[in-house]
Design a protein around this ligand. Structure first.
Ligand code: NAD
Length: 484
């Protein structure tokens, strides 16, 4: 294997091997073959990254925000110039269709840098004139070194969603992408180098959560951790980081409800619910996995939904006709299949899908599954309550608005919800009652980067996006002046 196919750490502006000299294989989910290897780093590598970040911090902090913004814009331009390569790489690493990476993941990474390059130049803090001789004002200062830990489902999209605001606000970053998808983060490091980002401002340490992630979360220099991933991992991070008084932003799992009323625009609802169920193989935290449909349109919706789902093309992510690529790993495929077996045991009927697919040619060894629709599950069974994070949704029938809202709220999660209705009154009424961080009415995944993003209950703590992100990555300091 050549040196280029090794994803090395990026510390102090240089690509360096892990100090222990170990590597993990990186698989292409669509083929099941190893296509690269990634540094299997340790606490020592995290230490080196934190030392570099600490050393780089004073100069980066003191750089005027417009100069930091200009650097972020240059990085955005470089990502945009390489979007075709990055989309191919993202698809190779995750199994998602190249077309999806090209239209969603990579443009969003560009937008993340552009957005925070602009936002930091408009970021302001408060001033409280208390009386004629007392003035209070708030300084919002960067924290220093921050840790950014991201998952495998939207690798560059989510990694840049964290590091762009962190850097814009004047922090230095020690980042860790998922060990399953290290490719585009490594390519990003190269682009940052070419853009002239000073050494040590962004550092990337590859490896597992237990070896590297936890070392970042417990390192004394790291003042805040921005994490996106599973709820169990988030709970572990909170347990180790909270006693060290680190700021935490935790974006966790979901079991999102979709509420479809009989006055919806049927065709738009149907088309968008196909996407909200199965985009990225259902491996998006915001996918709607519990679909509640009003009794009056349940049978029609079910028939048309299942017919459309059966038409989705599962296959080679490089093929432009492909709707569904491969699942991230053999283990994840086995987990999703276990949930389908459990669904049957819990009283559900699998209306379609759930079959392992073996496409001909180069993808014969890949991890493909046809999208599955289940009905007849009790609300409180495990399949209805636990996050599956794959191409599986369940249909539920409801009679009244109150019933739908109560059942939508009856899980430990609270990330997002989708409501389909033409009634403005109902939309407002329900949006206020749902226990989630994000409600989409008559749409899904429509994002404005200025809005607060995050979940409640076991879906997380804190908010990303807009001013929320810049506030998270800064510490407010009140200055009270009395003048004579
Ligand atoms: P994961 O929790 O297994 O891993 C996420 C990241 O955390 C990886 O980089 C991993 O190496 C690291 N990690 C694991 N253990 C750690 C530890 N003890 N300390 C520090 N870091 C550790 O999640 P995943 O399987 O990569 O991603 C899927 C999950 O992410 C799903 O639950 C999904 O809902 C969630 N997710 C949430 C959002 C959101 O915005 N709320 C977005 C995308 C994905």
């Amino acid at each position: 294997m050549s040196e280029q196919e090794r994803f090395l750490n990026f510390i102090n502006g240089r690509f360096v091997p892990p100090q222990g000299g170990d590597y993990w294989p990186v698989y292409e989910p669509a083929t099941g073959h190893v296509f690269a290897e990634v540094a299997a780093s340790s606490r020592d590598d995290v230490q080196a990254a934190c030392a570099a970040a600490e050393a780089a911090f004073p100069a980066w902090r003191d750089l005027p925000s417009e100069k930091r913004a200009a650097l972020l814009q240059t990085i955005a331009n470089k990502i945009e110039a390489h979007q075709d390569d990055l989309a191919q790489l993202e698809s190779q690493d995750t199994g998602k269709p190249v077309a999806l990476a090209r239209s969603v993941d990579i443009p969003r990474a560009v937008a993340n840098f552009r957005f925070f390059a602009g936002a930091i130049q408009h970021f302001a803090s408060e001033c409280h004139p208390t009386s004629s001789d007392v003035l209070n004002y708030t300084l919002r200062q960067p924290l220093g070194v921050v840790g950014c830990i991201s998952p495998w489902n939207l690798p560059l999209y989510l990694f840049t969603w964290k590091i762009a605001p962190a850097l814009a606000a004047g922090n230095c970053v020690v980042g860790k992408p998922s060990e399953l998808t290290p490719a585009t983060a490594t390519r990003l490091a190269q682009l940052c180098l070419e853009a002239g980002l000073p050494p040590g401002v962004l550092n990337i340490v590859h490896g597992t959560g237990t070896d590297v992630g936890e070392a970042i979360c417990t390192h004394p220099a790291v003042r805040a951790i921005s994490f996106t991933g599973g709820t169990t991992t988030g709970s572990r991070i909170a347990a180790v980081a909270a006693p060290l008084f680190k700021k935490l932003s935790l974006e966790l799992g979901g079991k999102n409800p979709v509420l479809i009323f009989d006055d919806c625009d049927f065709e738009t609802t149907l088309a968008t619910t196909i996407r909200s169920s199965f985009a990225n193989q259902g491996e998006i935290c915001l996918c709607g996995s519990r679909i509640f449909v009003h009794d009056r349109i349940y049978d029609r919706f079910k028939a048309e939904f299942v017919a459309r789902v059966q038409q989705l093309v599962v296959g080679d992510p490089r093929d432009v006709r492909t709707d569904q690529g491969a699942l991230i790993s053999a283990q994840h495929l086995a987990k999703v299949r276990n949930y389908l077996a459990l669904a049957s045991a819990e009283g559900g009927t699998i209306l379609c899908g759930g079959d392992v697919v073996t496409p001909p040619g180069r993808c014969a060894g890949g991890w493909f599954l046809t999208p599955a629709v289940i009905e007849g599950l009790p609300d409180q069974c495990r399949t209805s309550q636990e996050e599956i994070f794959g191409p599986v949704v369940s249909l539920y029938r409801f009679q009244t608005e109150e019933d739908a809202v109560q059942r939508a709220n009856a899980t430990p999660y609270g990330l997002a919800a989708v409501v389909w209705t033409r009634s403005l009154d109902r939309a407002h009424r329900i949006a206020a009652q749902l226990h989630v961080g994000i409600v989409w009415v008559n749409c899904w995944m429509l994002r404005d980067l200025r809005t607060p993003f995050g979940g409640v209950k076991q879906s997380g703590v804190g908010r990303e996006g807009g001013w929320e992100a810049l506030r998270f990555f800064t510490e407010p300091k009140n200055v009270c002046i009395k003048f004579s």
